[in-house]
Design a protein around this ligand. Structure first.
Ligand code: NDP
Length: 470
């Protein structure tokens, strides 16, 4: 009987593709899915690869089919299903076995699960996988967290199945416990922001009268320059597509109500807990929520006077530069959040390596990531990506266009929350003396909260509105 060390639970969209990728790379794999009909169909569809796959009928049978020390990848719905699968495997496992959660877990759960399993002698690895179904099958970007010794045991297989960027694997062990899932969450947050700014650019072009076909050409052009990325590429394809039923542009027949599964929201929650604000990601998550209030917006159209008939007057070049500026800012905020979490949880995250493993396989893969990893490897000054000399120069080149875009959008009554929050963040970051002195004065006035002074050490100073003791 073939010696099989690797198992996989969950043959849904991601799990089935990841399983085929694993065996395609020469690693025999035992698989189990809760619904057996799904397993049977998967084995039928696997064609010649079925020879390296070993279907099993229960968690117990899966464990029995594997030679210890075992490594079992879970690719199931995030949340309670993960705990339920762990509970079904645990009684059959031996100390030293590894469970790998490859779904989109909340990293707080990953930290909890790692501790709980450690008590039982079982290793737990939290592994973020990005790239959708296509990535899972042909090479995703893989962000791993957990004990380095546990990763060392599965490293060969994980690096082999990951995307390849100029000969380097887009898989890396980034830190202990929840580090991998945290990085994946922030990856998704940046993805939300990038998708939103692209959608805002589309909205501005549409308001100015451009057709979907015309916009598709613009996005195709942009994909040849500094904006080159998977999301710009697929935007051009979505805009060019026609609905086979009506021959209308596909984008015109899609209802403008966007869904979300939670990773964008998790990014915000964690940012706020760490005393940060990833405002472009906040804007993107908020815009999806507003999009879901379709009935309200339709009602608002008949009630609210937008008090402008100005059409946005922007060149493609201005929009391109504004997109680049806002994209850099979204990355700057995402990496600041990673740096803060790394300090807080003592993860020692390698930000350059993180940027490197996002260069292929994942949804936010973009030409810009090469420059970001270079900045973190070399020229980075202070704590913000925008302060690296090459990025400061790019901001100087692109922010004037971002200003124009935000101003034109405002004058035209065209919502642009992500562009606007990107610009506000930039403007805050170059303002040495901000406006919080007044906030502190107000807080002291109504709550005697005290403040620091610019001319003396210490805190707890009060204004003349507070009755001084004595
Ligand atoms: P699917 O809905 O396609 O598959 C879900 C899988 O989970 C099925 O195999 C299902 O089994 C199994 N499952 C659900 N509940 C349980 C349970 N209680 N016990 C045992 N098995 C259960 O999901 P995806 O493949 O899309 O997603 C899997 C994970 O990957 C999620 O965490 C998702 O967020 C993440 N992810 C998804 C991406 C995507 O593009 N789809 C991209 C990156 C990550 P059954 O067939 O029996 O119902």
């Amino acid at each position: 009987m073939t010696d099989v060390k690797l198992g996989l639970v969950g043959l849904g969209v991601m799990g089935s593709n990841l399983a085929l990728n694993i065996v395609d790379n020469g690693f025999p794999l035992a698989v189990y899915n809760r619904r057996m009909d799904v397993t049977e169909q998967f084995m039928q569809d696997a064609g010649p690869l079925a020879g390296r796959l070993h279907a099993t009928e229960s968690p117990e049978a899966l464990v029995a089919r594997l030679t210890a020390p075992r490594a079992i990848i879970m690719m199931v719905t995030a949340g309670a299903a993960v705990d339920s699968v762990i509970a079904s495997l645990l009684p059959h496992l031996d100390p030293g076995d590894i469970i790998i959660d490859a779904g989109n877990a909340d990293f707080n759960n990953t930290r909890r699960r790692e501790k709980e399993l450690a008590d039982q002698g079982v290793r737990f690895v939290g592994m973020g996988v990005s790239g959708g179904a296509e990535g899972a099958r042909n090479g995703p970007s893989i962000m791993v967290g957990g004990a380095p010794e546990a990763y060392a045991r599965i490293q060969d297989a994980i690096e082999a199945i990951a995307a390849d960027y100029e000969g380097e694997s887009c898989a890396a062990h980034l830190g202990p416990d929840g580090a991998g899932h945290f990085v994946k969450t922030v990856h998704n947050g940046i993805e939300y922001a990038d998708m939103q700014i692209i959608a805002e650019a589309y909205g501005l072009m549409r308001s100015a009268g451009k057709t979907p076909d015309g916009m598709a050409k613009v996005f195709q052009d942009w994909n040849k320059g500094a904006l080159k990325s998977y999301l710009i590429e697929i935007t051009a394809e979505v805009l060019a597509a026609k609905d086979p039923g009506t021959d209308q542009p596909m984008v015109d027949v899609i209802l403008d109500r966007a869904g979300q599964k939670g990773t964008g929201r998790w990014t915000l929650i964690e940012a706020l807990k760490l005393g940060q604000s990833a405002s472009t990601i906040e804007a993107a998550v908020g815009a999806r929520s507003w999009s879901s209030q379709k009935e309200l917006r339709v009602q608002g159209e008949t009630i609210l006077d937008k008090a402008t008939d100005h059409a946005p007057n922007l060149s493609d070049n201005d929009l391109e530069k504004a997109l680049l500026a806002a994209r850099i800012i979204a990355y700057a905020q995402g990496f600041s959040l990673l740096a803060e979490a790394s300090d807080h949880f003592a993860w020692s995250l390698d930000l350059a390596r993180t940027a490197e493993i996002w260069r292929a396989g994942c949804i936010i893969r973009a030409a810009l990531l090469d420059d970001i990893s270079d900045a973190f490897r070399g020229e980075m000054q202070g704590g913000n990506l925008m302060f690296a000399p090459s990025f400061a120069a790019r901001m100087a080149e692109t922010v004037p266009s971002l200003r124009k875009v935000v101003a034109e959008a405002a004058m035209a009554g065209q919502p642009s929350p992500a562009f606007a929050s990107a610009l506000s963040y930039f403007d805050t970051m170059h303002t040495g003396r901000g406006t919080a002195a007044l906030i502190q004065g107000q807080r002291d006035f109504f709550g005697e909260h005290g403040f620091e002074r610019v001319d003396r050490e210490g805190d707890g100073f009060h204004g003349p509105w507070v009755k001084q003791p004595g």
